[in-house]
Design a protein around this ligand. Structure first.
Ligand code: GTP
Ligand code: MG
Length: 558
């Protein structure tokens, strides 16, 4: 099954070239992640996971502590790189320390395991990749003066403010440059990605005692290449790894029988995982269990990494969907800047909203852009159909999930030999996107990425986007008729606004369609991401005060 293939040990999945990189130096691996070269999704995810496994997060007094922290860590293992970031309104300072080997982390954790600072009645004595650096009583004479610092990044999670974005876009030369700039300054960066994988590894590690093969797979915008700084982390937790090689074993684990339907069992397990996160995992708070949803999830906030998480246990298609979206973004370098601009526009005019509802989601919007790029109005296609990718799938790309869903499509773009003839600028693609959906007949047509054409709607709903991996499902089922009308009006307005610009006014180009028109929606006003995060943080701070966690004793931090 897909699960089996996807859960194979990394050694089996990696290409020869990547294996060489792994076994020689992780520094090279870091280079691969930074280069333009195509790396298949699963390999990229595995590299990031390995990176997180050999990293720790250390709370410090300030970035100035990096040298002493480096010196201390180097006395136990070998530090490869360090990244500083802050979290919270009254910022707490942290440094991600990446070691050369996973065993270095084991040794560091072993050396830290004498928990003499904790009274068990005051705090749960959890051990994890999250630590704090306490001041030393000894004089710092041992610090090697001329040792060069390995701190690569300072303030690694700073989000560019709206005013700054506006200024930078105003100063661009062309609309196409504005789209590229917006993408460059708002996309999730390396530190943001590291923090998300460390957040995932925390859950895995916590469960590893009873489920040694547990995996928390990140999916969604954190890994598909469409994530902004501050985006949430979607995780799917799998407890099993059905390794093929254990088949021949004559010794079989005793397992616990489950009672009840699959859904009921999942809900019950998730409740327990929610409790575990709430009670035992440092940094995790504001746990909400949304177990009655079609896909039951647990939401929580990891305050030490400042990441909002949505954890599910039964949504492995999400991982394959992320792979598909990632691939589409890799095929042509205009895809991501265009999607970023359109997501930003949709948020500015109030078409999308952070909370789910009867409006279009970022995911549906992304599919609309991809469908447009498969068949622009007046120029050659930029993206292939999913059917084309399916027809090119090799033996390693064959995935059939436990529930029978087929997710087989070409994963390695290096085998896709056709290059698009389309040379349109981002500016004209943006205008064309709006024109395309101004004319689209949502009444009778469904958007279909499998065939790269619109087809007759299989059933009546206001907006129909066929789920590319589960063709019987409509991704935009939630969208109401009113919201489709609003979408149509807004695309028309945007097309008209862009077309009618003659010269650079104050809010020219992309800025002209980003003017905020957010309205109050019937189930409450639209909160900005920042407002929501502030709310979550305030709640979390309250929880922390109540729990009187020892690690907040920052007076003692170095
Ligand atoms: P942002 O979180 O808004 O940055 O984007 P996202 O792509 O991560 O969206 P979201 O967190 O809402 O969803 C995460 C992933 O779940 C998506 O990328 C999809 O793979 C999947 N997903 C979301 N909504 C749906 C849906 O309605 N149907 C299906 N089948 N999958 C969905
Ligand atoms: Mg998401």
């Amino acid at each position: 099954s897909t699960a089996k293939i996807i859960l194979q040990p990394i050694e089996k999945i990696l290409t020869k070239e990547l294996r060489r990189h792994f076994s020689s130096q992780n520094k090279k691996h870091a280079n691969i992640l930074q280069t333009q070269k195509f790396v298949p999704f699963i390999e990229r995810v595995e590299m990031r996971r390995a990176e997180a496994k050999r990293s720790i997060i250390v709370q410090v007094q300030s970035a100035q502590s990096s040298k002493e922290l480096q010196s201390y860590c180097d006395s136990i293992g070998t530090v490869q790189s360090m990244f500083h970031y802050t979290s919270g309104v009254e910022p707490l300072h942290f440094i991600i320390v990446e070691f050369e080997k996973e065993s270095d982390v084991k040794n560091v954790l072993q050396a830290s395991s004498q928990i003499d600072h904790i009274e068990e009645t005051m705090a749960v004595p959890t051990q994890s990749h999250f630590l704090w650096f306490r001041a030393s009583n000894r004089k710092l004479t041992k610090l090697k003066q001329n040792k060069s610092t390995k701190l690569l990044v300072q303030n690694g999670t700073n989000i560019v403010g709206e005013d700054e974005i506006k200024e930078m876009l105003t100063n661009c030369e062309t609309v196409s440059d504005q789209l590229k700039k917006l993408h460059k300054i708002t996309k999730l960066n390396d530190v943001g990605t590291r923090l998300r994988f460390l957040t995932a590894v925390q859950v895995e590690d916590a469960l590893s005692g009873i489920f040694p093969n547990a995996r928390a797979f990140p999916f969604g915008s954190s890994v598909n290449g469409y994530g902004k700084m501050g985006c949430d982390l979607d995780l799917v937790l799998r407890l099993v790894n059905d390794k093929k090689d254990s088949k021949d074993s004559r010794l079989i684990f005793h397992c616990k029988p489950v009672v009840g339907s699959e859904r009921l069992v999942t809900q019950r397990h998730m409740e327990t995982v929610g409790d575990l996160i709430h009670l035992f995992l440092p940094g995790c708070g504001h746990v909400r269990r949304i177990l009655q949803a079609r896909v039951p999830i647990i939401k929580y906030h990891q305050q030490l990494t400042d990441v909002e998480c949505d954890l599910s246990m039964s949504n492995l298609t999400g991982v394959h969907m992320s792979d598909f979206l990632y691939m589409m973004g890799e095929i042509d370098d205009r895809v991501r800047p265009l999607i970023f601009a359109i997501r930003k526009w949709a948020s500015a005019v109030g078409l999308t909203n952070l909370s789910p509802g009867r409006w279009i989601s970022n995911f549906s919007l992304t599919l609309l852009v991809l469908a447009f790029l498969q068949k622009p109005l007046n120029s050659p296609p930029i993206l292939p159909s999913l059917n084309k990718l399916t027809s090119l799938a090799g033996p390693k790309d064959q995935y059939v999930l436990d529930n029978g869903i087929t997710c087989s499509f070409l994963r390695d773009l290096r085998k896709l030999n056709t290059k698009t003839q389309n040379t349109e600028s981002l500016e004209s693609l943006l205008c064309e996107f709006f024109a395309y959906y101004s004319q689209f007949d949502f009444n009778t047509k469904a958007v279909c990425l499998n065939e790269a054409v619109s087809i007759t709607k299989p059933e009546h709903t206001a907006m129909y986007i066929i789920n590319p991996l589960e063709r019987g499902l409509n991704v935009s089922k939630n969208v109401s008729l009113d919201e489709v009308e609003r979408f149509k009006n807004e695309v028309r307005t945007a097309a008209w606004t862009l077309e009618s610009q003659e010269n650079k006014s104050r809010n020219w180009g992309l800025l002209s369609i980003l003017e905020s028109k957010k309205r109050a929606v019937s189930n409450g006003s639209i909160n900005s991401k920042n407002n929501r995060l502030m709310e979550v943080r305030a709640l979390f701070d309250k929880e922390r005060q109540e729990a009187n966690f020892q690690e907040t004793n920052s007076k003692n931090l170095f």
